[in-house]
Design a protein around this ligand. Structure first.
Ligand code: NAD
Length: 458
């Protein structure tokens, strides 16, 4: 099939590479000409494991190309995916300006270039959008063209860091559409991936056709459910600390219940990223608009706001800082390991490290940071106010403490004696529970983690 993918960010690029890999002919579009230039040279503007290799493979094979002009290919396209950003507006709702602009561009290009005789263009909302957006996208296209088209909702569930694997072997594909024709186009597009997923795991590669409203809501409901689990386990971890219990014991004890399951129950320093925070706000807004205050979601947002200060609170407690102390860390040098909102990505949107670094700077600390992929992004924000280390150990030179915000696996394999020999003091605030508290204590570290006892891990 001939596929247009509009928006070449985390979702659009993975979708473009993924559909090319399924044997389709793909044109990727973006308004950012610098990105398009990089892409046509085989360079990915974002870090996602395996993405650059897949793009290069299909650029070389001629099955994918990139352009800034949505009109390229619209005359022959079977499907046009909208994969542009839906950032949070001031009132919490999803800002649809980029999605609707795309829809207008598709409509205008159809009138100009698409023969009337050709079969309807399937326009697919892959961006995360509130219930009712398919109707708005339809109206925006219809305002520019009288050619035939149908809008389909196809929310994306990929996770940054494992996005290629998630796309090539989906556990499920959700399609919101009104006609069998639209469903058949979508099935042709996804069939190779669905079959590949089923081969790996017979319970995977499931196909769900529903109405567009339900598909739109499914995406928000999935993110909300996951966010609720994270905030729940974080609150249990905080309670463990207060009552002398251990969160790993509690997690194993509840995760073995098949109604609960072990997934997404890792305590941490609060969730961030480009999706959960804004999607929760958008869903809350949908609730308010419909007279339904989504109380569990409100509580989740509040709990996460609190959790994002967890490492800061531990630092204040450790150094016995009172709120009235001016620049209480002015004599301290703090190393921060991990800046991305999670491992295996360079995405720092809403990451916990951002907030923590700001707090440390406000308290007068000297801050040195390290991340395996997110350094250029963090440098755009903090410029000369912090130091950028090439290695985790370099960040720890003369540091009074090291704080871990991202669960890069390399950190958990560090030689901690080497790390300690670079530091002034063996003090660690581990927001990701990467180390064994018992071993840390035995090695002379003052080790703070989330919700664990140091006497359980011998
Ligand atoms: N990032 C994720 O993990 C993820 C996962 C699932 C769903 N989503 C959703 O997918 C959507 C895209 O997310 P993302 O992280 O890929 O965003 P992104 O910011 O990485 O990429 C969006 C791209 O769209 C481009 N763009 C904007 N307007 C355009 C236009 N008119 N024509 C062509 N290109 C245009 C931008 O230049 C940018 O490159 C969002 O709605 C997001 O919520 C994201």
């Amino acid at each position: 099939m001939q596929v247009l993918v509009i928006g070449s960010g985390y979702v659009g690029l993975v979708a473009a590479a993924g559909f090319a890999d399924a044997g389709h002919q793909v044109i990727g579009v973006d308004v950012d000409s610098t990105k398009i230039e990089m892409l046509n040279k085989g360079k990915s503007p974002i870090y996602e494991p395996g993405l650059e290799e897949l793009l290069t493979k299909h650029l070389t094979a001629g099955s994918i190309k990139f352009t800034t002009d949505v009109r390229d290919g619209i005359a022959v396209a079977d499907a046009a995916f909208i994969c542009v950003g839906t950032p949070q507006s001031e009132d919490g709702s999803a800002d649809l300006q980029y999605v609707l602009a795309c829809a207008g561009e598709i409509g205008a290009a159809m009138t100009e270039l698409r023969p009337e005789s050709i079969r309807p263009l399937i326009v697919i909302d892959k961006s995360t959008v509130p219930v009712g957006t398919a109707t708005k996208v339809s109206a925006a296209i219809r305002s520019k063209t009288d050619r035939a088209f149908e809008v389909v909702s196809n929310p994306e569930f990929l996770r940054e860091g494992t996005a290629i694997e998630d796309f090539l072997y989906p556990d499920r594909v959700v399609i919101g559409c009104n006609t069998d024709f639209a469903e058949s186009v979508m099935q042709t597009l996804y069939n190779p991936h669905l079959q590949a997923a089923k081969q790996k795991n017979p319970n995977s590669g499931r196909w769900f056709r529903m109405d567009p409203q339900s598909a739109e809501l499914t995406k928000y409901a999935a993110n909300a459910m996951l966010a609720i689990r994270i905030s729940f386990i974080n609150e249990m971890a905080n309670l463990c600390e207060a009552v002398g219990a251990d969160i790993d014991c509690v997690k194993n004890g509840i995760g073995a219940d098949h109604r609960i399951g072990p997934y997404f129950l890792n305590p941490g320093p609060g969730f961030g990223g480009s999706c959960f925070p804004k999607d929760l706000q958008a869903l809350l807004k949908t609730g308010r608009e419909n007279g339904l205050p989504l109380m569990s979601l409100n509580a989740t947002v509040e709990a996460n706001r609190h959790q994002k200060q967890a490492l800061y609170r531990k630092v204040c407690h450790h150094y016995k800082i009172r709120p009235s102390d001016p620049y209480p860390l002015s004599q301290k040098r703090m190393a921060v390991w991990g800046l991305a909102f999670k491992a295996h990505t360079d995405d720092i949107r809403e990451s916990t490290a951002l907030e923590l670094i700001k707090n440390l700077l406000c308290m007068g600390a000297e801050v040195a940071v390290h991340d395996y992929e997110a350094m250029p992004n963090i440098e755009c924000i903090f410029k000369n106010s912090i130091q950028y280390a090439k290695t985790p150990i370099e960040a720890c030179q003369n540091a009074d403490a090291v704080l871990i915000c991202t669960e890069w696996p390399q950190y958990s394999k560090m030689d901690l004696d080497k790390v300690a020999s670079a530091m002034k003091s063996r003090t660690m605030f581990d927001g990701r529970n990467l180390f064994n508290p018992y071993d840390m204590k035995a090695k002379g570290w003052t080790y703070h983690s989330i919700g664990r006892r140091s006497d359980y891990y011998s």
